[in-house]
Design a protein around this ligand. Structure first.
Ligand SMILES: Nc1nc2c(ncn2[C@@H]2O[C@H](COP(=O)(O)OP(=O)(O)OP(=O)(O)O)[C@@H](O)[C@H]2O)c(=O)[nH]1
Length: 585
């Protein structure tokens, strides 16, 4: 479906032309009919000679209603600039054209109407010259009279050619339907209308209301006044919603595919129009059907940072318009470059940011985004309008290849540094490394681990991390003889301290599997239990605790927990009279 917005000075015949083309009275407020002036948007449609349908969004020409005009034009891909032959180019012709140009509308027609009242030739030429300097420079021009009907067949043919030229809209991808009207219908509840630019809607589709995030479900769909099950782009559509009260959704809201967009109140943009430095500190941003006050901060000659009074679901590459409502002045058009820009805290950050933005053109570019951000969630890029291809480095994270290699090197350095400062620990804890590398997710640390690094028990170390740290090995060497000759005599605390085995060293020896911690302070060589079984097997069975203690040449402090350990391991069995047997002897 071709959707075309009208544009032009008040009373130049926009509504009359739409009526002549469609035979429809655009549905409007009673007040408008009484005053003979368009205040708000009107909608009407017809079939073209080719069989294609065209829907018109008829906008008001009066300067007081420019915000309404922008809400109508914002989401629509084509425009029909209407100029009256008898009045010629007027202030609102200029402001409307400036708005279309700022929004980058490149498809449309120039229509000189009221051709029965004056020769349209000079106006065609004059208006054509104005359009030549804008995004609408390549449009066809037609002269018509809505009263005599002259030129209307030519206009219909021109609309057909326009429909054929428009790029096809994508049915894949998320829906962002900017709401231009919302009302209640008896028996149906809340209905909103808008121009569906991309994606697809069906009865039953689940959506969310931008801003509030409130979930809604499509209860019914109308396309050109007819109920239907499914609507594809581009189309004028009326959506009957389940689950939302009329006062919860209005012009300027958007219906979104859940998780398809990130709403943002901070964007960096490129400006075409007045020089960035000359802009007032506050302006109104018009995008889609929304109008939101923004604070403007110039960054470079033609780049700005905008702080929005409320978040909007914006994408990289979105076109929007900055207007000074007090002066009735279109300050310029902007192209969104970044929807999640970094904060500018340090001195000189704005200039550095301007340099980065200078290399961006508003076309979503995966490699460029990765280069700039280093590391980013695929979902965040998708929600910013960047098509994502290529494999994530882990759990939905994408990385610039060079940045990722550099992180790998920094991880190795951090692990080596940790080993120097904590020689007794078997590697650096993942959380410590995450903080050192300032990574947003521990899974990234784990994904960065490459040989010779190794991940074990929540720590990253070198592959030999569970071999004994050097100082511990030295201390144990001093105990070797007594541990070998009398393996069941656990060394006393003062003996351990004398050879240099403190709590941490003992912990390292236990983790390395050299010592066995029988109870808090009872330590044996790790092979002691198997050795004990061999000794106990030589005793007459069953044997008492006392006999075991003597055979093992040890004290009760060791014998009791050692036998209990052997019971638990199933190597010995404890009988009801407290004697024991070696199992399977
Ligand atoms: N003679 C003649 N009169 C026309 C023609 N088209 C429109 N008019 C008249 O021009 C006046 C304004 O027409 P509208 O269609 O209301 O103008 P508009 O541009 O829609 O006005 P706004 O929406 O309020 O900006 C009306 O009195 C129309 O009857 C035409 O082709 N020939």
């Amino acid at each position: 479906m071709l959707v075309v917005a009208t544009a032009g000075h008040v009373d130049h015949g926009k509504s009359t032309l739409v009526r002549a083309l469609t035979g429809m009275e655009p549905d409007r407020w009673a007040e408008e009919r009484r005053r003979g002036m368009t205040i708000d948007l009107g909608f009407a449609w017809t079939t073209l000679p080719s069989g294609a349908t065209v829907a018109f969004v008829d906008v008001p020409g009066h300067e007081r209603f420019v915000p309404n005009m922008l809400a109508g034009v914002g989401p629509v891909p084509a425009a029909m600039v209407v100029v009256a032959a008898d009045e010629g180019w007027m202030p609102q012709s200029a402001e409307h054209l400036a708005a279309l140009d700022a929004l980058g509308v490149a498809y449309g027609l120039l229509v000189v109407t009221r051709a029965d009242l004056a020769d349209p030739g000079p106006v065609l030429e004059h208006a054509g010259a104005h359009l030549a300097a804008t995004s609408l420079r390549d449009v066809e021009a037609v002269a018509v009279s809505a009263v005599t009907g002259a030129g209307l067949p030519q206009l219909r043919a021109a609309l057909d050619r326009l429909a054929a030229r428009l790029p096809t809209a994508s049915t894949d991808g998320p829906v962002r339907l900017w709401v231009d009207r919302s009302f209640t219908m008896r028996g149906s509840g809340t209905v909103v209308t808008g121009t569906l630019g991309a994606g697809e809607l069906r009865v039953g589709t689940e959506l969310v209301v931008a801003g509030s995030g409130e979930p809604v479900r499509v209860r019914g769909l109308h396309r050109l006044g007819q109920p239907c099950e499914q609507v594809g782009p581009v189309a004028r559509v009326a959506v009957n919603l389940r689950g939302v009260a009329r006062d919860r959704i209005a012009r300027g809201d958007a219906l979104l595919t859940p998780d398809g967009f990130a709403s943002t109140d901070l964007v960096d943009v490129r400006l075409a129009g007045d020089p960035a430095a000359d802009l007032p500190a506050t302006l109104t941003l018009h995008v889609g059907s929304a109008a939101v006050p923004v604070r403007v901060r110039p960054l470079g000659v033609d780049t700005l940072r905008l702080r929005l009074a409320r978040p909007l679901p914006l994408l990289i590459g979105d076109r929007a318009l900055l207007r000074d409502p007090g002066r009735h002045h279109v300050a310029g058009g902007v192209t969104v470059l970044d929807v999640a820009p970094p904060p500018l805290r340090r001195r000189g950050a704005a200039a550095a940011r301007a340099a980065v933005l200078a290399g961006m053109d508003g076309r979503p570019d995966l490699a460029g985004e990765l280069r700039r951000r280093g590391l980013v969630r695929a979902a965040d890029l998708r929600r910013a309008g960047v098509p994502v291809t290529g494999a994530p480095v882990c759990g939905g994270w994408l990385a610039d290849p060079e940045h990722w290699r550099q992180l790998g090197r920094r991880l190795a350095d951090a692990v080596a540094d940790h080993a120097r400062r904590h020689p007794l620990e078997p590697g650096a804890p993942v959380e410590v490394l995450r903080q050192r590398l300032d990574l947003p997710d521990r899974a990234l640390v784990e994904a960065l681990v490459r040989a010779p690094l190794r991940l074990a028990a929540g720590r990253v170390g070198t592959a030999d991390a569970d071999t004994l740290p050097e100082p511990v090995a030295r201390a144990l060497a001093l105990l070797r003889e007594e541990l070998t000759t009398r393996p069941f005599r656990a060394p006393e605390a003062d003996r351990l301290a004398a050879v240099g085995l403190g709590t941490r060293e003992i912990g390292a020896a236990v983790r390395a599997g050299v010592l066995l911690r029988l109870t808090g302070n009872v330590l044996l060589p790790s092979g002691a239990p198997q050795q004990a079984v061999r000794v106990l097997a030589t005793l007459p069975q069953p044997f008492t605790l006392s006999a075991a203690r003597q055979a093992l040449d040890t004290t009760r402090r060791v014998a009791v927990p050692l036998l209990e350990l052997l019971d638990r391991q199933g190597a010995t069995r404890r009988l009801p009279d407290d004697t024991r047997m070696v199992v399977g002897r």
